[in-house]
Design a protein around this ligand. Structure first.
Ligand code: F6P
Length: 362
């Protein structure tokens, strides 16, 4: 089919930040539409922004982006490189940004497509302020990007977390134990909230609501009196107690070094001290970011990828494609810049959790 005319002739694509299922589906969406509809040339950039700093790139052909829809991870590799930050004395931000600008022009790119979370889209925005043409796609299992109703990666992680919580119910019941499961979500509790509701967690602890250990104790004891001698506590890795919330960063770090760096183990210890109930902790960790994407994430990632190409064809740069209700939309790249989308205290899912008797320890 003859290619449709496009303002963008050559694009570079990179994936940065924490990986997740759906990244390859998004890469495929971008590349198949760009190449198939508009005949655009595509350069793959390795390991996030490091690939631009160190000119670690290669042309992508249809063979490269074929058969990757269902593959986890990212064929391009990723890193948490933050070019605008001096992370060590050997790599000055100014040198890194200059290197990026040089590689972009040496490759004769018309645009850079960045797939990533808050940090990646913020870097994309800053590079657009330096004069690069940038389009962002919202990726993260945390679902905490301002400007989009959902990020790809979230639904896949939600399914993994829900299955884990289901599995914990049988072992907790067999041993009449309280089991605390820690999920990812350093700053925002979307994954813990949704997986806690989906998995029937009895208590859900979010970064947004510092927990009161006495509320937790009362809830567990009430369950025990009603004959439920087991409970599941779902905790986001960024959750903290009221006591920790009152500490400054330095004291909080010291407290965590003394009481275990993982919130699940701290909460389990506090529960055991508060109630005397036998309690265990488990951290789901990187399982939440592995494996094949859910059908929902494949659809969202592909839709966002192809929508990004429509913006490229029209030369509409400086945007992040986004889910807006049931529609694919886009927002200015400044919208997510430097922000985190936290769970609003009045969010309907908080009400839903409470309505079915879940304790949020507020
Ligand atoms: O940003 C997504 C995320 O999975 C967070 O939930 C988690 O805290 C972080 O990445 C882990 O980062 P890393 O992969 O660098 O250890």
């Amino acid at each position: 089919m003859a290619s449709i005319r496009s303002v963008t002739k050559k694009l570079g694509i990179l994936t940065a930040g924490g990986d997740c299922p759906g990244l390859n589906a998004a890469i495929r969406g971008v590349c198949r539409a760009a190449h198939g509809l508009y005949g655009m040339e595509i350069t793959g950039i390795a390991n996030g922004f490091r690939g631009l700093i160190y000119e670690d790139t290669k042309p992508l052909s249809p063979e490269d982006f074929s058969g990757i829809l269902t593959r986890g991870g990212t064929i391009l590799g990723s890193s948490r490189e933050k070019p605008f930050e001096n992370d060590n004395k050997d790599e000055l931000a100014s040198d890194k940004v200059s290197a990026i600008m040089e590689t972009y022009s040496k490759l004769e790119l018309d645009c850079l497509v960045v797939l990533g979370g808050n940090g990646t889209n913020t870097t994309g925005y800053k590079l657009s302020r330096e004069g690069l043409n940038v389009i962002g796609l919202p990726k993260t299992i945390d679902n905490d990007i301002v400007g989009t109703d959902r990020t790809f990666g979230f639904h896949s992680a939600l399914a993994i977390c829900t299955e884990a919580i289901d599995r914990l119910h049988s072992t907790a019941q067999s041993h009449s134990r309280v089991i605390v499961i820690e999920l990812m979500g350093h700053k925002a509790g979307w994954l813990a909230l949704y997986a806690g509701v989906a998995g029937g967690g009895d208590i859900i602890l979010l970064p947004e609501i510092p927990y009161n250990i006495h509320s937790i104790g009362r809830h567990l004891e009430k369950r025990a009196r009603s004959g439920k001698r087991f409970s599941i506590v779902v905790v986001a890795e960024g959750a903290m107690s009221l006591k920790e919330a009152d500490m400054d960063k330095k004291d909080r770090k010291k407290y965590r070094n003394e009481n275990g760096p993982s919130v699940a183990y701290r909460v389990a210890k506090e529960i055991q001290e508060e109630t005397g109930m036998e309690t265990r902790a488990t951290v789901l960790g990187y399982m939440q970011r592995g494996g094949i994407p859910s059908a929902s994430d494949r659809v969202l990632a592909t839709s966002l990828g192809t929508a990004a190409v429509e913006l490229l064809a029209k030369g509409k740069y400086g945007r992040m494609v986004a889910l807006n209700g049931n529609d694919i939309d886009s927002v200015d790249l400044s919208v997510p810049e430097g922000k985190v989308k936290n769970v609003p205290i009045n969010h309907y899912m908080i009400d839903t959790a409470k309505a079915v008797g879940t304790c949020l320890a507020d």
